[in-house]
Design a protein around this ligand. Structure first.
Ligand SMILES: C[S@@+](CC[C@H](N)C(=O)[O-])C[C@H]1O[C@@H](n2cnc3c(N)ncnc32)[C@H](O)[C@@H]1O
Length: 410
């Protein structure tokens, strides 16, 4: 599997509008700086969390002695958390070790003193902690139920739209923008479809590179994803429980599988018209500054007759960010715009309940009431963008004899 880089892969390091001012050289420089900033975040993790633990210890020790005596388990639990942090740091080191030359077409140079650990922002530390939790969602047995609720409806729909008894699925191309740690894209490729994941966050790209290209033994690695959560624990031990990963061998794709990951901003990388049979978005469309740009790009890159399958909420990522463009549309407005582009909505469910990197023992749990839809770009589109009613809506892949396929998410 190839890891390539497109134009840019930022974690929004600078303002949306100002980006337009940069020359290609400045862009490349910023890109390099950002690459190393994310690596610094991976290296700084231990220091950051250990500081939090020391603070918790100090707070506890400031309590009156008779209160401390009532709580004999608190300091041992903090000591246990500290061990878990050290362990997480080892995994993060392994991820970083494997990412320096991961891009086929981009070199980021060498650090003058690679051992020096530079402080990172709280923002980057939060991103790193979220990335650790993403391992639960995508590559652990604990994440199985969540994958069933999020990925299963999309995969089932792809199999219904492009069944292997009617299509040569090895010729059906599926793009997964905002692929995270790559499990959805990997599962689609495992079923025989051509599948490409696209992702722009270095946090995610480094981690997916590690799990997809460097891990080949089931449940051989451990992470402690919940140690950063000091509130809403029923038991102290809930905070320090481990997850194992990967729950499947990521190297176990069939030999003829066509699976790739491409780094970069979805809007910048995918500009070629009529290229994909299917675009599958999961918890993605609300990452846009302007979701209509995503709709427009998906419309453009889908082949005539191609389908867009989507599942997710509308938790707009830029909503509370100063100086960032953020257009927060309701689903009703997006739906109307999708139809005006010329899409035909073929399937729609407005209440699909899912979780996202859920801690199933937490006293606070979020449920997303997601929308799920299948929107087709008609085979024949009139100049006004509307469907030519005379046309057939059969997607373009060739027919072939039925091939055996695995039905379940592993
Ligand atoms: C909420 S996460 C969902 C990840 C994955 N689809 C899942 O369901 O677990 C959204 C992902 O989209 C990525 N993303 C955001 N904007 C992007 C863009 N313009 N191009 C590519 N990826 C993007 C983020 O880095 C993040 O990994």
């Amino acid at each position: 599997m190839a890891e390539t880089t497109g134009e840019a892969a930022h974690d929004r390091p600078y303002f949306y509008k100002e980006r337009l001012k940069y020359t290609p050289e400045e862009e490349a420089k910023l890109e390099r700086q950002h690459f190393w900033k994310v690596i610094d975040a991976f290296r700084y993790y231990r220091i950051h969390v250990q500081e939090q633990i020391k603070r918790a210890e100090r707070q506890f020790q400031s309590l009156p002695q008779h209160h401390q005596k009532l709580l004999p388990g608190v300091l041992p639990n903090l000591a246990r958390i500290s061990q878990c942090v050290d362990h997480n740091q080892e995994v993060l080191q392994a991820i970083v070790y494997n990412c320096i030359h991961m891009f086929e077409n981009m070199e980021y140079g060498e650090r003058e003193d690679p051992r020096k650990v530079r402080p990172s922002s709280t923002f980057d530390m939060d991103k790193l902690k979220s990335t650790i939790k993403q391992f639960v969602r995508d590559w652990s047995e604990v994440g199985q139920a969540e994958r069933e609720s999020c990925y299963r409806p999309l995969i089932q729909e792809i199999q219904r739209l492009f069944p292997s008894d009617k299509y040569d699925v090895s010729k059906v191309s599926v793009l997964v923008p905002g692929a995270g740690l790559g499990r959805l894209a990997w599962e689609i490729a495992r079923l025989g479809y051509i599948c490409q994941g696209n992702e722009w966050s270095f946090f995610m790209l480094f981690s997916s590179n590690f799990v997809l290209n460097r891990c080949d033994k089931v449940n051989s690695l451990t992470l402690y994803p919940w140690i950063h959560q000091f509130s809403n624990n029923k038991k102290s031990s809930d905070q320090t429980r481990a997850i194992s990963f990967p729950d499947v061998n990521p190297q176990s794709l069939p030999p003829n599988a066509d699976f790739s990951m491409v780094a970069g901003d979805f809007l910048e990388v995918y500009t070629e018209s009529d290229s994909w049979d299917c675009v599958a978005t999961c918890f993605f469309i609300d990452t846009a500054h302007n979701v209509l740009e995503y709709v427009e790009t998906i419309w453009k890159i889908l082949k005539p007759g191609g389908v867009w399958v989507n599942l997710g909420p509308l938790l707009y990522h830029f909503e509370n960010m100063a100086n960032e463009l953020s257009i927060e549309l309701s689903y009703e407005d997006i739906r109307a715009a999708i139809i005006k582009y010329g899409f035909r909505i073929e399937v729609e469910r407005e209440s699909v309940q899912t979780t996202y990197t859920e801690n199933d023992r937490s006293m606070l749990r979020y449920v997303y009431d997601c929308v799920f839809f299948v929107a087709r770009k008609p085979v024949h589109v009139c100049a006004n963008g509307q469907e030519d009613n005379q046309s057939q809506n059969s997607p373009p892949a060739a027919k072939s004899p039925r091939r055996e396929e695995a039905d379940s998410l592993t």
